[in-house]
Design a protein around this ligand. Structure first.
Ligand SMILES: [Zn+2]
Length: 268
């Protein structure tokens, strides 16, 4: 199949998906969760995408993801995009940079509540589950908190040929912060999305001074304000153009790999 047909099929697939979810114009809509590529592609080692951050910003001011060559963790907050590198530094993201995987939306919280004395990430997720019983839709969650402790990781930039994520994450840097203020940006994705997105909760963290953060592995909260946006009932997904994505074997079940990568098992 030549490149033209591959491209045409891909465009048709994305348009069809957009039509199925009732979204007739691309991007920028409130209540639309936008995702670039799939979590299984990232697990396979598809670390280069063709979407620039200038393009990604058209679809949201809030979200998470990573960078080409898997060069750190991305967090987007109030329209500002940050790169948390594996050396622990944080830098603003240039519009020309590209992502192989990202999830964004325009955050429009419907309600907020206070939390206190949350022992760990599992307890936080359990408390959020009590608040958010509708598990077959996406939720976007922003938590401003004072943490007793928080453990976060970042992944190091990879060289080609890219290893699968379960291998790459064995070299992740894990940061532990104590008595720190900051923000969690995250989503809860429905279980049925498991090949496309991270089912359940996925949080990235940024300190309030914007100097540190990462993909959250665990946290103990002293007090927090939780804001939830349950409006993303539309889902728009774009797929990469490159050969890495086209040639990836996306037929395998990778849920156990995802669990290991998301929960930081390689370092435990
Ligand atoms: Zn992450």
């Amino acid at each position: 199949m030549n490149r033209f047909w591959v491209r045409r099929e891909r465009v048709l697939a994305v348009l069809l998906l957009a039509a199925l979810v009732g979204c007739t114009t691309a991007g920028g809509q409130r209540g639309t969760l936008f995702q670039y590529s799939t979590i299984d592609a990232l697990l396979t080692g598809v670390y280069d995408g063709d979407m620039t951050f200038a393009q990604l910003k058209q679809h949201g001011d809030f979200g998470l993801g990573t960078f080409n060559a898997l060069d750190g963790e991305m967090i987007a907050l109030d329209g500002r995009f940050y790169q948390i590198k594996s050396d622990g530094t944080v830098a603003p993201v240039a519009d020309t940079m590209r992502t192989p995987f990202a999830v964004v939306m325009f955050f429009n919280p419907g309600r907020s509540r206070a939390l206190a004395n949350v022992a760990d990430l599992q307890s936080l997720e359990h408390q959020l589950d009590q608040e958010l019983p509708a598990k077959n839709i996406f939720c976007a969650i922003r938590i401003e908190a004072e943490f007793a402790t928080i453990k976060a990781r970042s992944v190091p930039r990879q060289q080609k040929p890219y290893p699968p994520l379960v291998e790459a994450s064995k070299k992740q840097a894990v940061f532990e912060f104590h008595n720190v203020r900051g923000t969690l940006v995250g989503f809860r994705a429905p279980e049925f999305m498991r090949c496309l997105n991270v089912p359940g909760y996925h949080f990235h963290f940024l300190t309030s001074d914007r100097q540190a953060g990462g993909h959250v592995l665990d946290c103990k909260i002293i007090r927090a304000t939780v804001q939830v946006d349950e409006t993303p009932t539309r889902f728009l997904m774009a797929l990469p153009h490159g050969d890495g994505f086209q040639q990836a074997d996306l037929t395998r079940e990778r849920h156990s790999e995802l669990k290991s990568v998301e929960q930081g098992a390689p370092n435990r």
